[in-house]
Design a binder for this molecule. Sequence first.
Ligand code: GAP
Length: 457
Amino acid sequence: MTEENLMEKIVSLCKRRGFVFPGSEIYGGLANTWDYGPMGTALKRNIQDAWWKFFVTSRLDMVGLDAAILMNPRVWQSSGHVDNFNDAMVDCKKCQGRHRADHLIENALENVKVEGLKPEDLDKLIESNKIKCPTCGEHDFTNARVFNLLFQTYIGPVAKDSSPVYLRGELAQSMFVDFKSILDSSRKKLPFGIAQVGKCFRNEITPGNFIFRTIEFDLMEFEYFIKEEEWEKWFEYWMGEMQKWLKVVGIDSTRTRVREHDKKELSHYSKRTADIEFNTPFGWKELYGCAYRTNFDLRNHQEKSGEKMEYFDPETNTKFIPHVIEPTFGLNRSFLMVLLSAYAEEEVEGETRVVLRLNKNVAPYKVAVLPLLTKLNADAKKLWEKLAPHFATDFDVTGTIGKRYRRQDEIGTPYCVTFDFDSLNDQAVTVRDRDTMKQERVKIDELEVYLNGKLAS
Ligand code: GAP
């Protein structure tokens, strides 16, 4: 299996086994929108739940938020997104293809990072390197011009009478806007964080690479409020926790690296940003980011809204606007990197076995109950009823037992439980391990404890 065809294989597996489909497919699709099918919904939810458990519920210094997607447009003016949340694009004069200028350059030239460069500098690079249009192969572009990434919509029935509102481009702003309400109601002391998971929208010009870059996506992120003098300590701490998270979710850390943003590349709000990048089949790409946003956002919202965003420190009897460290995690990118890390092919008795070696905590099903023959379906179903309240359990009666094992391997189910004729007499079943393919006979009465032990390991 080569790296190039790994993506093709993953896209095909996702379609075949109900992880991800192209959006609105029966109408010819809508560019770069994707729907998560039954297996994808389960995997995505499990990643999100594992994240929430790791970063929120297992800590005393973190609280949650679920804010509205539509916010007062003044939020996005104050945050700087209306003025600064821009990308530069160029059009090919020959084929009319539209491209993000930085991506055009980065894809054509090796090891060049151009984020943060001005449009005129991007033009110079495209010109001096005679970069060609990836669609038609010609070198004939318009000058680069900036466009804003925020999606606009209107509240009310008549667009021309209403003022525009924006679909949120990041989650962070609601954590800042609600900072005071959360501080007052939760009575948290610094340092503490506000976490949120939800949809964000960006009018990306060159989305692509399956679910890697899309116009709507799910973010998991938190703002961790601190004293200014402690920012370096907390930055390092959260970079460490982000690395630990890779293991929790099953992302192969040997395929990741940390990349610091240089000054030109930093977002308008950040003093330091480091990305965790993943070595994908289409190059090293940003998976997660960690930014020191200073107190830029709270300060701006205080100035522009007139509401105080200060924290009173009971230890020093002083008031100040807290600073913030922001670790941010794309949920869809996590999903893709989990699949890239878990996908394996191996030869078994002359045939190729495809197996998703997913971490057990994120696997869509933990167990599948498989009756060996149709006659055993009713008895096996009773076993499913026993297990289903405790584990996400599939019940699969279609096809030969070999085919059913293969299907469960492809969706990453850690344990298959086969109910056979002997089960009626000895009240035991055969449990097959996804990774070793070893089989073990286990008493039905002991199955729940057995599986709990195995799934916890
Ligand atoms: N609040 C900071 C923030 O939003 P960002 O680097 O712009 O930072 C955060 O985005 C994360 O969201 C990225 O690290 C990436 O995982 C994910 N992400 C960004 N744009 C995306 C897109 N168009 N499609 C899918 N995921 C995206």
